[in-house]
Design a protein around this ligand. Structure first.
Ligand code: SF4
Length: 164
């Protein structure tokens, strides 16, 4: 079994500003998160990685019940965060962690316009934590982090990989 320290070291090597392994029981899933996507977000229905295409909160809760641990990571942008989670997933798979599943941040930024039913990059397009109904702020707080600005004033973006 891969050691947790090796996972954290790889996350930092791939560019994570910070990384921690958390119990999946500390991940908060809520139906109101889905409502925030459906009402008030211009991306709803436009991207394969967003609702209504992404897993709904009930599905996410069932999936989380199949894992004990997740890797939570801090990054500098939506794109960096999603790339980081996907890169970690490929590395974990190469290390025998075949269940690893990444969740990024924000919508997919790989194409100017999305074709949700005919994705051009299915190997890289993964849903964000929030698109799966995860309350990111509460989950980050449960990990002992805050979501305040980084040095320089930019706000952090968070991503996750379900591990085992
Ligand atoms: S890769 Fe392109 S087609 Fe696929 S989800 Fe992202 S934006 Fe949509």
């Amino acid at each position: 079994m891969l050691d947790g320290e090796a996972v954290l070291a790889k996350a930092r090597e791939l560019g994570a500003l910070d990384a921690v392994i958390i119990p999946t029981s500390s991940i908060v899933v809520a139906h109101w998160v889905r409502l925030k996507c459906q009402y008030g977000c211009p991306d709803y229905g436009k991207w394969k990685t967003c609702p209504p295409y992404s897993p709904d909160p009930d599905t996410t809760s069932k999936v989380l019940a199949e894992y004990e641990k997740a890797l939570l990571m801090k990054s500098t942008s939506h794109t960096e965060a999603t790339n980081l989670a996907v890169s970690m997933m490929f590395w974990l798979y190469s290390q025998g962690i075949f269940k690893a599943f990444p969740m990024g941040s924000g919508r997919c930024y790989l194409c100017e316009e999305c074709d949700p039913l005919n994705c051009r990059h299915p190997d890289k397009a993964y849903p964000s934590m929030e698109a799966c109904g995860i309350d990111v702020v509460s989950t980050v707080k449960n990990a002992g982090w805050d979501n305040g600005p980084l040095e320089g004033g930019k706000y952090p973006h968070f991503c996750m990989v379900l591990l085992w």
